[in-house]
Design a protein around this ligand. Sequence first.
Ligand SMILES: NC(=O)c1ccc[n+]([C@@H]2O[C@H](COP(=O)([O-])OP(=O)(O)OC[C@H]3O[C@@H](n4cnc5c(N)ncnc54)[C@H](O)[C@@H]3O)[C@@H](O)[C@H]2O)c1
Length: 360
Amino acid sequence: MGDILELQEIAADEKNVLAQMVGMDHEQVLFCQDRATGLKAIIAVHNTVLGPALGGTRMWSYAKEEDALTDVLRLSRGMTYKNSISGLNLGGGKAVIIGNSHTDKNEALFRRFGQFVDSLSGKYITAEDVGISPQDMTWVNKETNYVAGLPGKSGDPSPVTAYGVYVGMKACAKAQFGNDSLSGLKVSVQGAGHVGQYLIKHLTDEGAEVFVTDIHEPSLKEVSTKYGANIVGLDEIYDLDVDVYAPCALGATVNDETLERLKCSIIAGAANNQLMKESIHGKAVMDRGIIYAPDYMINAGGVINCFAEVDERSSEWAMEKAAQIYDTTLEIVNGSKATNTPTYAIANKMAEDRIKQAKK
Ligand SMILES: NC(=O)c1ccc[n+]([C@@H]2O[C@H](COP(=O)([O-])OP(=O)(O)OC[C@H]3O[C@@H](n4cnc5c(N)ncnc54)[C@H](O)[C@@H]3O)[C@@H](O)[C@H]2O)c1
């Protein structure tokens, strides 16, 4: 798996599906279409060396089908690394449903999707991601048992994800400021969704000053009223004079343009694929003295929660496992400082080493 990073960036520009799969070293990609329900989905199984590929389903109105493919390939690969670095016996996979999560949802569509998940016979286990609720998963579950994150079971993974991001952020503060308290620190949160809201609660409980933005007005009003978070503009978030930037919406927000503007000394948030190009922007953040908590490591609370459900462990076990994100973050950040290597590269090596060991 050593050359994956370089190849990934070639693959992103490729139009050819198999070339993209080779580039990112995917095992299998399943394209799903059903005229009756209007379902258009892609399921990507990246790697199953450590166990069945577990990763959520995202519902999003992609502008182009190529964008959906690129997203699912990158996200599923990220799950391989996330599951490995979190010490879980799971491989990496992900699915995307192309559609508007506010207007295109119905039982028939999710049941049809469930049939496609079932056709993989357990090689892929699904759960919630952006645009998907536990209710949607109950529809999927009518057609397949390969589902986690169901109501009444481990449920919504967001609280555990938010907790992992919170402790990871504290570890970054310890490394950057010598103290892991977030009290008095200014934190900007992009996205007041499922994870963002729980994260904002942890932050304000500890005495951090929170600045938040979102495209969804009611969510902003809610976090402002409940937790006293300061509402800022969608683009203004990149110019704030804050200690921590927490991306909790979508990926690729750490890029050439935003890096010119960001004044934070820590980037730690829940969003997947935060760096637009890992090798370029992962190094650029380090060169600017910013500690970047690798996204798939710090946001692993959700998959830890799903694993607890699949492996029949308690919610207390999930929270304890998520608390270990603090130590993993410190290990990565200290390794980065000692060797002048970007944090993403340290994390990738840790994840790859575990898979290599398992292969032996
Ligand atoms: N839910 C989990 O347990 C979990 C686990 C791991 C990673 N993640 C990642 O964390 C991120 C957030 O997940 P979530 O479950 O909270 O999703 P969500 O859909 O509940 O919340 C995302 C929020 O971001 C907002 N948003 C969308 N575009 C935006 C923009 N351009 N600017 C500002 N806000 C914008 C949305 O309106 C929404 O409120 C996603 O990237 C997801 O993949 C989530």
